[in-house]
Design a protein around this ligand. Structure first.
Ligand code: PEP
Ligand code: MN
Length: 336
């Protein structure tokens, strides 16, 4: 529920409303606006009987919000959240963050080579999967903790923070030990227990959209993390399942401006998993930036033809270097 105060409401009246909400066992979050203050009510399981609140002095109206998310919405939190990874800032008012690296961590040498080439091209964060959610059990499942070590080592050698996927609560301990950003993959977007656990941490989380998740379900998943206290959440559109099989998924570019309207969280795009085709990655990467994405996650492999996972959608070093150059030129135009 949202309580809208009169524009002439005094600080005492706002405090009295806050107290009344808290007396009902709920949380109150004042949202000061340029014309009037609103108060967000949090913690209710269902409909809140607002009779007594509506009668309090200074209250203009109460609005029942039926959406399954509040804390991630702009209505409750108009100021854009900027996620910090060391000295990298992700969100409104900051240059797009570039996350790049292979789908999977394969060997120490592969990771060191990948880190050097993405760093040389200007990437900000190194990616690599150690725990891989593969469609079939016979595919390469990732190197586990050994992989995490190679990722960290490669990131440190190149001076890049690192991101990697966590699939289960039991993996949080090792992953947090080695990674700067946790990735929750599309298949785990609705692993609610995992979402709650990462919500209790302070490190940044990249939450990927489930392959058949609606925008409302995507934001509700992010709400699980933010509701536990961790607001360092980056959303990631990575394509959704449609009837179209010419691409691996269908990149839903329209969610970028929509999420920017509806939520204060930053939104980035992964054109690699969205298209599944190397030739489509650069153009869709640039399209995502034009649509307002706060960054990109791109799969880059030193030798894509030898990759154990997702080689067909991975750029090689020169390909990524060229894309970064094109993005720099595009950015000058977008900033102008
Ligand atoms: C990945 O980024 O490695 C990955 C598995 O992506 P998604 O969860 O979007 O399929
Ligand atoms: Mn992949």
């Amino acid at each position: 529920m949202l309580i809208v105060m009169d524009h002439s409401a005094t600080d005492q009246q706002i405090a009295a409303v806050k107290k009344a909400i808290e007396a009902m066992g709920l949380r109150a979050e004042p949202i000061p606006g340029s014309l009037r203050t609103a108060i967000g009510v949090l913690g209710n399981q269902g409909y809140v009987d607002d009779t007594s609140i509506r009668e309090l002095p200074g209250v203009r109206e109460t609005i029942h919000v039926s959406k399954p998310y509040k804390m991630v919405s702009r209505d409750f939190h108009p100021v854009s959240t900027v996620v910090r990874v060391g000295d990298i800032a992700i969100g409104d008012g900051h240059p797009p963050v570039m996350i790049a690296g292979p789908c999977s961590i394969e060997t120490e040498e592969q990771m060191l080579a990948a880190a050097q080439l993405v760093k040389a091209a200007g990437a900000h964060i190194l990616r690599g999967g150690a725990f891989k959610p593969r469609t079939g059990p016979h595919s390469f499942q990732g190197l586990g903790v050994d992989g995490l070590k190679y990722l960290r080592q490669a990131g440190d050698a190149a001076g890049l923070p690192v991101i990697t996927e966590v699939m289960r609560i039991e993996q949080l301990e090792p992953v947090c030990r080695y990674a700067d950003v946790l990735q929750i993959g599309a298949r785990n977007m609705q692993n609610f227990d995992l979402l709650k656990e990462v919500g209790k941490l302070t490190c940044p989380v990249l939450l990927k959209r489930g392959m058949s998740a609606t925008l409302e379900e995507f934001l509700a998943a992010a709400e699980y993390i933010v509701a536990e206290g961790n607001d360092q959440v980056i959303l990631c559109e990575r394509g959704i399942r449609t009837f179209e099989r010419a691409t691996r998924n269908t990149l839903d570019l329209s969610v970028i401006p929509l999420i920017r309207e509806m939520s204060h969280l930053p939104i980035i795009v992964d054109p690699s998993h969205a298209t599944g085709k190397r030739s489509l990655v650069p153009v869709m990467a640039k399209a995502a930036l034009v649509a307002g994405a706060h960054g990109l996650m791109i799969e880059v492999h030193p030798e894509p033809e030898k990759a154990l996972c997702d080689g067909a959608q991975s750029l090689n070093g020169p390909g990524f270097g060229q894309l970064m150059e094109e993005i720099r030129r595009l950015q000058q135009y977008l900033d102008a």
